[in-house]
Design a protein around this ligand. Structure first.
Ligand SMILES: CC(C)(COP(=O)(O)OP(=O)(O)OC[C@H]1O[C@@H](n2cnc3c(N)ncnc32)[C@H](O)[C@@H]1OP(=O)(O)O)[C@@H](O)C(=O)NCCC(=O)NCCS
Length: 168
């Protein structure tokens, strides 16, 4: 059986081409039109909270985190998260999410927010944001807006717009 030799690393510029390929393969050209992508277009992601997984030196999965202001919450938007088809269903996606959320917590982020499937992210600590409480720069399914609250009263404060913010 093929044995994996997996390492999880903080993203740097040398991973750019591989991550672009992974995201193209996972989401196709439509990925740039998504509401979350529009936030990511507003400014750079935070490399210190973004991670890749490499197998025997080849980058095969990626998660990125972008600093956002969501209502009055200084948090991070998680995504894109993608794993190459050859490496799905062996826990890599879950581990990348776990590492990213933990890193955000250590950095003092108030919340990790994403647009994604509740059955996947629920067991990883994500809760539904109050229906339509957050306004994205484009249409989103309000039932898929999720958060890991880190600071106090996050759910109450997640009201209004979500947009990129400069890292502090
Ligand atoms: C979604 C994705 C990141 C999961 O990564 P992964 O490393 O394959 O997932 P893991 O090994 O951590 O978890 C696998 C489990 O999650 C489940 N799962 C995968 N995608 C799911 C989804 N969208 N909804 C619910 N469950 C899902 C699998 O069925 C599997 O369940 P099991 O453990 O009961 O067998 C990966 O499939 C992928 O890159 N998909 C395409 C891009 C994408 O959809 N990204 C997420 C955007 S929200």
């Amino acid at each position: 059986m093929y044995k994996h030799d997996l390492v999880y690393l903080t993203e740097d510029a040398s991973h750019d081409a591989a991550i672009e390929h992974i995201n193209e393969e996972a989401f196709g050209p439509g990925r740039f039109t998504r509401a979350a992508a529009r936030i990511r277009e507003q400014g750079p992601h935070d490399l210190s909270l973004s991670f890749i997984c490499a197998d025997d030196g080849e980058t095969i999965a990626s998660v990125r985190m972008t600093p956002v202001m969501a209502g009055t919450v200084k948090g991070h938007l998680l995504g894109p998260l993608a794993v190459r088809p050859s490496h799905k269903n062996i826990g890599i996606g879950r581990e990348l999410v776990r590492i990213a959320v933990e890193a955000a917590r250590r950095k003092g982020s108030e919340a990790v927010i994403l647009v994604g499937d509740p059955p996947y992210y629920g067991p990883l600590g994500f809760e539904k944001v109050t229906y339509n409480a957050l306004t994205f720069p484009g249409p989103v399914d309000p039932g898929r807006v999720l958060v890991v609250p880190i600071a106090e009263n996050v759910h109450e404060r997640l009201k209004g717009t979500i947009a990129w913010r400069a890292c502090s």
